[in-house]
Design a protein. Structure first.
Length: 91
């Protein structure tokens, strides 16, 4: 499970890598290590589920609550698409 404390500028940002705090090394998870992420936002109680296949090799996964001002929709992750209850039914 990955958590974030609050929504900032209409988005929730979740760290999706492991960290070796001693050496400051970030490591992305692989398909061999995990199947999915469950995301939880403390501020609004949002719970989401994302399969590892849906994530690029990146350190964070951003879920939008409010559409971007630019109206850009490509590669934007909207909260409704990842809601836990909806995604569990799809598994």
């Amino acid at each position: 499970m990955k958590t974030t404390e609050k929504v900032k500028n209409g988005v929730m940002n979740f760290s999706i890598c492991s960290t070796d705090a001693y050496n400051l090394i970030y490591k992305s998870y692989t398909k061999e290590e995990i199947d999915l992420f469950i995301f939880y936002c403390i501020e609004n109680g949002y719970c989401g589920l994302v399969k590892i296949e849906e994530i690029d090799n990146t350190k964070t996964f951003t879920i939008r609550i409010i559409p971007a001002k630019s109206c850009r929709k490509k590669d934007v992750h909207f909260y409704k698409d990842f809601e836990l209850e909806k995604r569990i039914d799809e598994l």
